[in-house]
Design a protein around this ligand. Structure first.
Ligand code: D5M
Ligand code: FE
Ligand code: ZN
Length: 525
């Protein structure tokens, strides 16, 4: 995949778990061969590094400083380039899934009042059940054997979704079978390489070892290889070569969601607002849009909205990205949560609220992320929200919603072909996670994984709704009847996002009918 300017550079680096200084991106973009520069950077930069600095980039560019005349390009030249880029791409808000946002034209600044109506239902029909909350269950010590255990658990549980479909054998016995035998294996994707003649070599790993499978480029399933991520669990079926050293693939299986999957619906007309990425404390937090949203929730139009799910990034946090402090309105993390709590108070007190943390929140970055600690729970006590881990599943009146913040989406979008996953259609990247039945398959790069006894990131049961955020883009659609929604954000474009042409969908609230799984989008910006 060729590099396409700064966005692509950032995608490649973030997909490997690095944050990157804006100036570093500019420098890479202006290198004589940006793609090679990023390759070189990835080879040389320390595995422990969290942030790619301008110094890291200079270090790898130094040898060809002469040829890369763009290195010293002035800001003006760079931004002129960017203007060209941004006019060529569409900047329409990405409201996908065939729905149009309904304009919100409530122009009053009047206090949130319930004027002569009551929220539908008396509360007795409500039900909120949490499943898969790992808060307080963390057992990992961070040692190597914990990683072994978590991958074993993944292979066990996702493998069991595949083992009934193929006549599988462990890697170690496949290599001792006679040439020409029909073979099948269930394993983690350990390596994917293209051969000189354009075929694919996929190495699968199980508890007994690894075995290579060759996918010929002209087979109809060859495109499936381009959608593979490291460490996802798949099955391959084929024929052993004469020397039993490799198998020629005839079929590839992924755990997937059955096409016939039938979602559950609520028994009455009731709605949930699904939002994320509030980023309180950022200069760009859109307080006015948030207030319009909170006001709207008090109106008759919103009387059926009885649930609110917030999929992470409540606050902007501190020290999450380089130079972030330049755009902080509130610099103290606890004060950010206090301010968030004040904004939460503006929404009706009779909503049932469920929240998970994101990468800007003050919990460990490695996934799964436990729900907030006691101190933060006390601060965020408005409306007695259910505070659970990232990811968690919440069942609202029988409708299960898998809540996951979405950091892996950056990686899925960077690694997979654009028609399979892109920032403009974030729900398609979510489809990939549903196919793989895992919210963050690729730990091979730098995505932070907390080793646990159990892989909490496996999508064991098919949810009715999959809700993520993080990429600050709004998009939704259905995959095998599962509704995937990536909610936008409440933060207008940051300087960093501007510099890499990320155009966020800010100030939208997708509202789901739990009795039909239909979505309407309310716009407040
Ligand atoms: O990230 C929002 C989106 O923007 C997500 O796709 C990552 C990307 N992003 C934003 N700032 C940076 C920096 N500094 N480096 C790399 N990627 C970035 P969120 O984490 O929700 O703010
Ligand atoms: Fe965010
Ligand atoms: Zn995020």
């Amino acid at each position: 995949m060729p590099l396409e300017g700064s966005v692509r550079i950032v995608q490649r680096l973030t997909s490997r778990g690095y944050n990157v200084e804006r100036e570093a991106v500019t420098l890479l973009e202006n290198a004589s061969d940006p793609e090679r520069a990023v390759d070189r950077l990835l080879e040389t930069v320390s595995d422990d590094a969290l942030v790619i600095s301008i110094a890291d980039v200079r270090a790898i560019l130094e040898p060809d400083r002469e040829e890369s005349s763009g290195v010293d390009a002035t800001d003006e030249e760079v931004s002129a380039d960017r203007r060209a880029e941004s006019t060529s791409g569409s900047t329409d808000p990405a409201v996908s899934g065939g729905k149009t946002p309904t304009g919100h034209d409530k122009s009053t600044g009047s206090p949130p009042e319930m004027e002569g109506f009551e929220r539908s239902g008396d509360g007795s029909e409500r039900s909120v059940q949490i499943d898969g909350d790992m808060t307080g269950e963390s057992t990992g010590t961070g040692e190597y054997r914990d990683f072994v255990t978590v991958f074993r658990d993944r292979l066990d549980r996702l493998g069991s979704k595949l083992r009934g479909r193929v006549n599988h054998r462990p890697a170690s016995s496949i290599e001792s079978m006679p040439g020409g035998s029909d073979v099948a294996m269930v394993g983690l994707v350990n390596d994917v390489r293209s051969t000189a003649s354009g075929h694919w070599l996929v190495e699968l790993e199980d508890t007994t070892g690894t075995f290579p499978f060759l996918v010929m480029k002209d087979r109809e399933f060859a495109s499936m290889v381009e959608e593979l991520l490291y460490d996802e669990v798949i099955a391959m079926e084929g024929t052993l070569a004469d020397d039993s050293g490799i198998a020629f693939v005839d079929s590839i299986y992924v755990p997937d969601v059955p096409r016939t999957h039938e979602p559950s619906y609520a028994d009455r007309h009731v709605q949930a607002a699904l939002i994320s990425d509030v980023h309180v404390g950022s200069d760009e937090f859109m307080e006015d849009a948030w207030n319009r949203f909170a006001d709207w929730l008090h109106t008759e139009e919103a009387q059926h909205v009885e649930y609110l799910c917030i999929a992470g990034d409540m606050v902007e946090g501190v020290g999450v990205y380089p130079n972030q402090d330049e755009e902080l309105e509130i610099v103290d993390i606890y004060e950010q949560y206090e301010a968030f709590n004040e904004h939460l108070k503006a929404v009706p007190g009779d909503l049932d609220i469920v929240m998970i943390p994101g990468n800007h929140d003050a919990v460990r970055l490695a996934e799964p992320q436990p729900g907030f600690d006691e101190e933060l729970r006390e601060i965020m006590s408005a409306h007695d929200a259910a505070i659970v881990s990232n990811p968690s599943t919440v069942e609202l009146e029988g409708v299960s919603i898998l809540l996951y913040h979405g950091v892996s989406l950056d990686e899925v979008i960077a690694e997979l072909p654009a028609d399979a996953a892109s920032y403009d259609e974030p729900h398609k990247a979510m489809y990939q996670l549903l196919k793989k039945r895992h919210v963050a398959p690729q730990f091979g790069g730098h995505t932070r994984l907390a080793p646990e006894e159990r892989d909490y990131l496996v999508i064991e049961d098919v949810p009715d709704i999959f809700h993520t955020g993080h990429v600050h883009k709004l998009g939704f659609g259905k995959y095998h009847n599962v509704l995937a929604i990536n909610s936008g954000c409440w933060q207008s474009q940051t300087d960093f996002q501007k510099s890499v042409n990320i155009d966020p969908d800010a100030g939208y609230a997708p509202i789901v009918d739990l009795d039909t799984l239909d979505v309407t989008v309310q716009k407040f910006s």
